[in-house]
Design a protein around this ligand. Structure first.
Ligand code: 6YU
Length: 497
């Protein structure tokens, strides 16, 4: 019967697991996941630094409230702290402002107050909000978010900051540089010059104040996996090629693994990251992908955002501090890329988040660094990264004796199965590119030309790309596509459901 159709899912990240979960709970009993590595979770990856639980990949539930399926599942499995479950937390609406207490340090070794940088913060927040309002507007004068923000700051500061002296103005511009670097991390882009302005409002959020998993994000993966049939995942099974068909002659798909093993499938759900697709689409799809799909893979952005965890014996930040922001005073104003990556990559690190609560994490910071500087950082020996971070902290605090206890960094660009962190809408991209990503093969499938290859994963969600909840929803979406396909072609099934 239809429940025996053979479905192969490529990739055991949250999208692949979600698809398998929905298919198996709907009665499909011939579902297999092929995973390149020895573990499930993909970019949901929990690690340890000493006895502390840290997230190498996804960090927060973005917008933890009723509508967010990750929040829903995390609550269902009992994985969240009580504060995250409160109505106040769920109702929290950021509206551009953050409730985080920020400590600001400058490269000259002085500590600035939030008041000192208020003009820059106010201007940047306003411009970032305005960046989301260009949706589908034709003929906007700027192509990228970086271009827009930089140009508008230069124009608006003349009037807005006319009472601010020139030294302070330069400082405000340097503060904005730091905020641009921070936004590179949020988007996972090298520079905001690569982030499209026209589609910046495409990304949607849920209400709720971002929360973390006290026991690690992988708890979500483990709980979902425990509800799947045993041995549904075959590990260390990288898929090399998917042979589909553009004609009506062949309706099944052949999946070939790196070791040459081949298997037949009625349907394949591909969930590999966009970074992997960019590099390997030629080898992965035979015949090649339709051109519109291929062009969207090339046009969409996929960059690098990494974390550098740093542990200290004593805090050098305030007890109530949530975020440490760094201001480079000697840099050209309004830049989000360093001029010489090898000698100055550390200047791209915008700051640190403080892991909370302190009783759980001790004096542990997470530094954030995006772009080519981040990719270069990955290639350095750990001692060199430690040295750079040590020099940085000593300079910005003016305290030459501060020494980190230990560090640990992520290396997402070097990960051969990811090739970066997450996707963004690059300049020239529109919703159409995401729609092209979603479209199954063969294009315009029908009864005569049934669904062969389906696409899920973070980079295939129209509004929630770059997130765990987005990826989860795409797995469910593609499972539902198949479930619907069999419900509407098989009358006996329709009666059952
Ligand atoms: C979120 C957050 N977060 C930080 C960092 C990273 C990401 N995200 P997977 O890659 O998981 O699975 C694919 C599998 O396929 C994998 O197991 C591979 O091994 C396997 N595979 C590959 N090739 C194969 C082959 N050939 N054969 C077989 N198997 C193969 N998301 O919600 N909260 O805090 C963060 C963060 C450092 C790297 C994140 C966060 C992104 C998520 O981790 C990611 O989307 C999903 O886990 C992807 O799941 P998947 O199943 O699709 O792929 C305005 C505007 C702004 C726009 N952006 C703002 C939003 C901010 C996004 N922020 C993220 C921030 C952080 C910090």
């Amino acid at each position: 019967g239809n429940k025996n159709v053979n479905i192969v899912i490529v990739g055991s990240g949250i999208a692949g697991i979600a698809a398998a979960h929905r298919l198996t709970t709907s009665g499909f009993n011939n579902v297999h996941i092929l995973e390149a590595t020895e573990r499930s979770g993909g970019r949901v990856k929990t690690g340890r630094l000493g006895d502390k639980i840290i997230e190498i990949g996804a960090n927060w539930i973005h917008g933890p409230s009723e509508e967010n399926p990750v929040f829903f599942l995390a609550r269902h499995y009992g994985l969240l702290d009580p504060e995250a479950l409160t109505p106040e937390n769920q109702a929290y609406d950021l509206g551009g402002e953050t409730p985080w207490v920020t400590n600001i340090f400058s490269s000259s070794g002085r500590k600035l107050s939030e008041k000192d940088i208020y003009p820059a913060l106010e201007m940047f927040t306003m411009l970032l909000n305005e960046s989301s309002e260009f949706q589908n507007q034709l003929g906007e004068p700027y192509t990228s978010v970086g271009d827009f923000i930089r140009s508008e700051v230069r124009q608006r500061c003349v009037e807005k900051w006319k009472d601010i002296d020139s030294a302070n103005r330069s400082l405000q511009l340097c503060v904005i540089s730091g905020m641009l670097k921070r936004e590179c991390c949020v988007n996972g882009s090298h520079s905001l010059d690569e982030v499209g302005l026209g589609a910046f409002g495409q990304y949607k959020t849920f209400p709720g104040l971002d929360c973390t998993f006290p026991g690690g994000y992988e708890g979500l993966i483990a709980n979902l996996m425990s509800e799947l049939p045993d041995d549904i995942v075959r590990y260390n099974r990288p898929v090399r090629s998917v042979f589909w068909s553009n004609t009506e002659k062949q309706s099944s798909v052949i999946v070939e693994c790196e070791d040459g093993e081949r298997m037949n499938a009625d349907h394949v759900i591909v969930t590999v990251p966009l970074g992997y697709l960019k590099r390997h689409h030629t080898r992965l799809f035979r015949p090649p992908l339709p051109l519109h799909k291929l062009h969207s893979i090339q046009r969409l952005g996929f960059g690098t955002n990494n974390k550098i965890f740093v542990e200290f014996d004593e805090p050098w930040w305030d007890a109530d501090c949530d975020v440490i922001q760094l201001v480079w005073e000697d840099e050209d104003a309004l830049v989000d890329q360093v001029s010489d990556v090898k000698s100055s990559w550390i200047k791209k690190l915008f700051g640190f988040t403080v892991l909370k609560p302190t009783e759980r994490y001790g004096n542990l910071l997470c530094g954030w660094i995006a772009g080519h500087e981040s990719e270069y950082m990955e290639t350095l020996p750990e001692e060199e990264v430690t040295h750079a971070v040590t020099q940085l902290v000593r300079r910005f605090t003016g305290n030459p004796s501060i020494t980190p206890r230990r560090i640990l960094r992520s290396q997402w660009f070097q990960d051969p199965w990811t090739n970066g962190s997450y996707s963004y809408l690059a300049t020239g991209c529109s919703q159409q590119d995401l729609e092209n990503m979603i479209e199954p093969l063969p294009p315009s499938a029908s009864k005569a030309r049934p669904l062969q290859v389906l696409f899920a994963g973070e980079a295939t969600h129209l509004y929630y790309f770059s997130t765990v909840h987005g990826a989860l929803l795409t797995g469910w979406r593609e499972a539902d596509r198949l479930i619907t396909h069999y419900t509407s072609t098989n009358p006996s099934k329709r009666r059952m459901s």
